[in-house]
Ligand binder design. Structure first.
Ligand SMILES: *Cc1c(COP(=O)(O)O)cnc(C)c1O
Length: 400
């Protein structure tokens, strides 16, 4: 009798996004004349930079010639890309990493699951509430039940205090999805200190770092002294350069990062991760890695920064217009996410219904990200400028 891995049965249904889609579809069926605008999506809408397309085309042609054809890649990723990452993403910010500390792969979602493989299910894991659902679900799929939630509330600026109890693994996300807030240098220093004192490690998701505009905010956790001993960093080309469909990411696993076996002996995660990747992953496609390399050309940088600017203007428009009619708005400055405080007397699903039924606009109820998200609503800046403006104008008319 083939038995299922019951950890998968412990997952909650993907209630949030399927519920949103169902309600949207039903509204559209009943109101065929209304154009629904979706400010709920966490996917980019602008096409890839022309430099990226050029590089992919060139790499594709290379595959057609015997002399330049590429078969299985290098598990870690090609040097041509890793060296650009070391220079542009890290050296520029005073962070020295070695080539074999960076692992190229096909998206941070998979990387989060890959790293989770290396960590005993006996660890106590700290997640924020509200949380990016993949952190929670990856842990549940692994059978890890020892999870504590740290409340990210308006009172603490959506930055939970250090846990009072001991935890072994801490997920941090800055700029944060869904709250749009960032961790300051001081807050990161406190987390690194906590991790050192507690023999804990930090899984640092900074896929939205390119949206940071406040110069005092670190882009990498390795800008904090000592972080290389306690932190793994996740980055992706998805939001940075619109690769949500192309798929390319990297994970930094410093060689000085050590955890423990059951006898208390130190174990280096870098070599274990290489072993894990060669067995379970393979390598990211050559064509994709050439595409990511092109992001670092002068022209490529210019193009992706223009796209980020476009999304940030949407974010500012949303934030400013809502503030004008008296809403309290978080995020939207160093992030493509706007975390709206819902007016008194409505919960986040009621607010969702109001926006859908009276303005034909879809957003994401905060409670879908955790109980502390109740009373909040997430809007994203990834739609077109025209749609963003129209959606916001329709909503604020309801509250004037
Ligand atoms: C979009 C997103 C990612 C990136 O996922 P990919 O698999 O690289 O596309 C990672 N973390 C957060 C918080 C995200 O919102």
């Amino acid at each position: 009798m083939a038995l299922v891995n019951e950890n998968f049965l412990r997952l909650e249904n993907d209630y949030l996004f399927s519920n949103i889609t169902n309600k949207k579809n039903e509204y559209e069926k009943n109101n065929p004349d209304k154009k629904v605008i979706n400010l709920g999506i966490g996917d980019v809408s602008l096409p890839l930079a022309s430099k990226v397309i050029e590089a992919m085309n060139k790499a594709t042609l290379e595959m057609s010639e015997k002399e330049t054809f590429k078969g299985y890649g290098i598990v870690q990723g090609y040097s041509f890309l890793i060296n650009r990452i070391l220079d542009v993403e890290y050296k520029k910010r005073g962070v020295d990493l070695e080539e074999d500390e960076v692992f190229i792969a096909s998206g941070t979602k998979g990387d989060l699951a890959g790293i989770a493989d290396l960590l005993s299910i006996d660890n106590k894991v700290a997640l924020m509430d509200p949380v990016y659902p993949a952190y929670r679900d990856v842990n549940i799929m692994m059978g890890r039940t020892n999870i504590v939630y740290l409340n990210a509330t308006e009172e603490n600026g959506f930055t939970p205090e250090l846990p009072k109890e001991h935890v072994d693994i801490i997920y941090l996300c800055s700029p944060n999805n869904p709250t749009g807030t960032v961790l300051t240098r001081k807050q990161l220093e406190a987390w690194v200190k906590y991790a050192k004192e507690n023999n804990a490690i930090i899984l640092y998701d900074s896929v939205y770092e390119v949206f940071i505009e406040d110069e005092s905010i670190p882009h990498s956790i390795y800008e904090i002294e000592g972080a290389k001993d306690v932190a793994i960093e996740f980055r992706s080309y998805s939001k940075l350069a619109g690769f949500t469909g192309v798929r390319c990411s990297f994970t930094v696993v410093p060689k000085s990062l050590k955890i423990f076996d059951s006898k208390g002996e130190q174990v280096e995660l870098n070599s274990l991760y290489r072993r894990r990747q060669s067995t379970k992953f393979g390598a990211a496609p050559y064509i994709t890695q050439r595409a990511a390399e092109a992001v670092y050309t002068e022209e490529g940088q210019k193009e992706i920064k223009e796209n980020i600017k476009y999304y940030k203007e949407n974010a500012k428009y949303i934030k400013n217009e809502f503030e004008k009619v008296g809403f309290t708005v978080y995020g939207g400055i160093n992030s493509p996410y706007i975390w709206l405080k819902i007016p008194k007397g409505m919960n986040s699903w009621e607010f969702f219904e109001k926006l859908l039924n009276e303005a034909a606009v879809v957003g994401t109820p905060g409670v879908g990200f955790g109980k502390c998200g109740e009373g909040f609503f997430r809007l994203t800046a990834f739609s077109s400028k025209e749609d963003t403006k129209e959606a916001v104008d329709r909503i604020i008319k309801l509250f004037k």
